[in-house]
Design a binder for this molecule. Sequence first.
Ligand SMILES: C[S@@+](CC[C@H](N)C(=O)[O-])C[C@H]1O[C@@H](n2cnc3c(N)ncnc32)[C@H](O)[C@@H]1O
Length: 194
Amino acid sequence: MSYSLIAPLYDLVVERPMRESRRTSLAALPTHEQRRVLISGAGTGLDLPLLPELHRYTALDFNPAMLAHAVPRGKHLEVDFVLGDSMDLPFADAQFDHVVLHLIVAVVPEPQRCLAEAVRVLKPGGTILLFDKFLHPHQRAPLRRLFNVITRRFATRMDVVFEEVLGSTPLLHVEYDEPALGSGWFRRIVLRKK
Ligand SMILES: C[S@@+](CC[C@H](N)C(=O)[O-])C[C@H]1O[C@@H](n2cnc3c(N)ncnc32)[C@H](O)[C@@H]1O
């Protein structure tokens, strides 16, 4: 519901400041062999113009208003748009070679379920490309925790500790974890399924 209200303004706020981080994250996709790629929580499709054309994409979001903005952005790609829940993906196990999780793990109420679902639909050896805002273990961040009480109700959580989320999914190996934006508040992470 809240993302229906946010949809018309989302690109204005998010597109430009995040563009380079998205580009860097998506550069981890292969460029020679065709793969199946899931974009979970695709939103208005800001990743779509930055994707290599050779892959087959599935862009999933539970909000029709956000997804409606994404459709024209995917015109140059082979992409299926799917209405669905990132915490309960409507796909069989081991369907995808790569899963893109940009600004979704720290948005949903249960980040562990979101990551576990991405792992379930990923083939062994496949990768998860993650870009999001996280707290570090034991980081106090009192302002973010305070704002979280409000923001978690309509837009995003601000209290998610990545290491705690990762701890719930033993099948993953961290290949890469680097600060992206906001002095390391946002991180770019590559995970591989064992
Ligand atoms: C912050 S936006 C990020 C969108 C996009 N990934 C990006 O990088 O711009 C969060 C998106 O997640 C979607 N979303 C939130 N909870 C979801 C859920 N449980 N299942 C699927 N999509 C969800 C919202 O509708 C919104 O489009």
